[in-house]
Design a protein around this ligand. Structure first.
Ligand SMILES: [Zn+2]
Ligand SMILES: [Zn+2]
Length: 323
């Protein structure tokens, strides 16, 4: 599967690399990084094609069977900017540059402690003959890590202050998945990279896992009125299931400060940890205090600044965990 994915994008990757990236790098004398740049070009092509594919598939369905009817889609526009910044690889590249010294020292530290990432195929020899099963094992482990990450985003007041950027969208659409505070995105990259180091996911499989997660996440945020049925909803996160996570009064309140935290597999995590809600409802999305006029910002910069301000206040005890 991974091979197919990479073979599919290779022509576009090498064309873009030869015609644009390589000459530019040559001009600036950065040829030492040509290999890294080739990989980054691949990730760019992969991310941008995924966004194109998602748009072509989901936009007509949003028009046909919307969960909510809107007068105009003005509020979705800022989410398009988030999507382009994240999925083109621009922000992930920035995060990588910021985090790589830290990750290198984590890597060196782990080795110094004698820690070697477990090789799944060595642990469970049967997996060696079943590459697809091995892939799904890594996928499930990463999905569990993301579930834990998401629980913490709702648990801590300062973290919720950032994650609220994601939840404050009242016109949730196929673009909303990437609407995340930049600091929140940085934390997610760090979390994913450390988990990948700990469990030793092979690089190509990691790329494929992220690709798959993003595909499901675009669908689960789409403004569409359907789930996957009583059984299907329990197998894979559906648009209805994730809409409840964004629902005012349901998705970020209560004992666990929310429900339906899973990215991919609700049965494994939300059901196991008692945070699943399978009601057949399509609640309005947003944060409860928005109904009372709370302003989370309209433009990108506004939302980022307001997020940092909320985080600062939460740290200094002025703003308890809103819910
Ligand atoms: Zn959330
Ligand atoms: Zn979401």
């Amino acid at each position: 599967m991974m091979d197919h994915l990479f073979r599919l994008i290779e022509p576009a990757q090498s064309w873009l690399f030869q015609t644009l990236v390589l000459p530019t790098m040559h001009g600036f004398g950065f040829m030492a990084f040509a290999d890294d740049a080739y990989e980054a070009t691949g990730l760019f092509v992969l991310g941008v094609s995924e966004v194109g594919l998602v748009y072509l598939l989901l936009r007509p369905i949003e028009a046909l069977i919307p969960a909510e009817q809107w007068n105009g889609r003005g509020a979705t526009r800022v989410d398009i900017l988030y999507t382009l910044l994240y999925r083109s690889g621009a922000l992930p590249l920035l995060f990588f540059l910021i985090l790589s010294p830290l990750l290198n020292s984590v890597d060196i530290g782990l080795r110094a402690l004698g820690y070697l990432p477990p090789n799944l195929e060595e642990w469970i020899p049967a997996l060696e003959k079943a590459p697809l099963l091995a892939f799904f094992t890594y996928l499930a482990l990463i999905d569990l890590a993301m579930y834990g990450f998401h629980r913490l985003q709702h648990r801590f007041g300062w973290w919720w202050a950032l994650h609220a950027v994601h939840h404050s969208q009242q016109q949730m659409s196929l673009w909303t998945d990437d609407r995340n505070h930049v600091l929140d995105g940085l934390l997610e990259s760090l979390w994913l990279a450390v988990v990948a180091l700990l469990i030793g996911v092979p690089g190509e499989q990691f790329v494929a896992i992220v690709f798959l997660m993003k595909l499901v996440e675009s669908l689960s945020h789409a403004n569409v009125r359907f789930g996957f049925g009583a059984i299907g909803d329990r197998l894979l996160v559906s648009p209805r299931f994730h809409r409840i996570h964004h629902g005012i009064g349901v998705g970020h309140e209560g004992r666990a400060q929310g429900c339906n935290f899973a990215t991919l597999f609700p049965p494994a995590w939300d059901i196991l940890f008692g945070t699943a809600n399978f009601e057949r409802i399509y609640p309005a999305t947003g944060i409860r205090d928005q109904l009372a006029g709370a302003d989370y910002g309209t433009g990108f910069v506004d939302q980022q600044l307001k997020g940092v301000t909320r985080m600062w206040r939460a740290w200094h005890g002025a703003q308890p965990r809103s819910a």
